[in-house]
Write a protein that binds this ligand. Structure first.
Ligand SMILES: Nc1ncnc2c1ncn2[C@@H]1O[C@H](COP(=O)(O)OP(=O)(O)O)[C@@H](O)[C@H]1O
Ligand SMILES: [Mg+2]
Length: 272
């Protein structure tokens, strides 16, 4: 079950270990084109909700892709469930929501989930039960027979979440799960994340919306230009930096001083 308020770093508890991760992208002549991730270290414990925060281009998706084994690290050590990300055994235990979900437009929600469940070789009875549960969880039961091409952005994000959960994963990796959603859609996704935590799952998600993650994360890591700028429990970071919220902590850490920026401003204004 969910265990909150971890302070221990005992490696036995670590679901994800990322040590000194560097990822550079090369150009055609194999010269370093971009250092997307620059020496990032963090660990995620079992049952935690961990937020990877930072503006656009700060290295969040690159870090996630390395953890999933979709990209190879240039340097550093990465382990998921104590194994290298390329290990097939780890994939069965992970659910992944990419930044842009690919959905087959002419399948309805039920067929979409059934298709992915079959890829995991889940038997018919379990598939039917799990699809019902997931459609309920993400609030798409009444729309389950509509083709997903008719879905709003929020509904597509929610079917993507259900798809990420189809294999009953222990670890959820969600890349910007609330991006492009209206306030109600965001709240629903936050509620789903809370629910996953209550079920004892480990949730790792990225966001550039610092304001909205405070309520949902046990711990956060803040990235800026590929570097880890801060890491810890939300309330500890706010207290240590003597700020009123995470957004202000971030602005202070990156040395952004602008008295005209109100406290509830969004960081993408700064990041633009
Ligand atoms: N395949 C790629 N080739 C070259 N540069 C890339 C590639 N993917 C990402 N980058 C660069 O790496 C940096 C971090 O990107 P990304 O990890 O997508 O950031 P975020 O997810 O935080 O918005 C950006 O400068 C981006 O342009
Ligand atoms: Mg990204």
């Amino acid at each position: 079950m969910a265990r909150r308020g971890f302070t221990t770093r005992a490696s036995g508890q670590s679901v994800v270990v990322c040590q000194g991760l560097i990822k550079t992208f090369k150009d055609f002549w194999m010269r370093d084109r971009a250092r997307a991730v620059d020496g990032v270290t963090f660990e995620i414990n079992r049952g935690e909700v961990f937020g990877l925060l930072g503006p656009n281009g700060s290295g969040k998706s690159t870090t996630i892709k390395v953890l999933l084994g979709l990209l190879r690290p240039t340097k550093g050590r990465v382990a998921v469930f104590g194994l290298p990300p390329s290990d097939v055994e780890t994939k069965k235990r992970i659910g992944y929501l990419p930044e842009e979900s690919f959905l087959y437009p002419f399948l309805n929600a039920r067929e979409t989930l059934d298709y992915y469940a079959k890829l995991f070789e889940i038997d018919h009875r379990t598939r039917e039960r799990r699809i019902d549960e997931l459609l309920d969880m993400v609030g798409l039961k009444s729309a389950q027979f509509r083709q997903v091409r008719e879905y709003s952005k929020g509904m597509q994000r929610r079917i993507g979440l259900a798809q990420a959960l189809i294999n009953d994963p222990e670890l959820l990796i969600l890349d910007e799960p609330t991006s492009g959603l209206d306030p109600l859609g965001r709240m629903k996704v936050r509620e789903i994340i809370q629910r996953l935590r209550n079920e004892g799952r480990t949730v790792f998600f990225s966001s550039h919306e610092l304001g909205e993650v405070e309520t949902v994360c046990d711990r956060v890591a803040m990235l800026h230009q590929g570097e880890l700028k801060a890491e810890g429990r939300v309330q500890d970071l706010v207290r240590e930096h003597q700020q009123i919220n995470l957004e202000q902590v971030f602005l202070k850490i990156i040395g952004y001083h602008d008295s005209s920026v109100p406290n509830d401003s969004s960081i993408h204004r700064q990041a633009a």
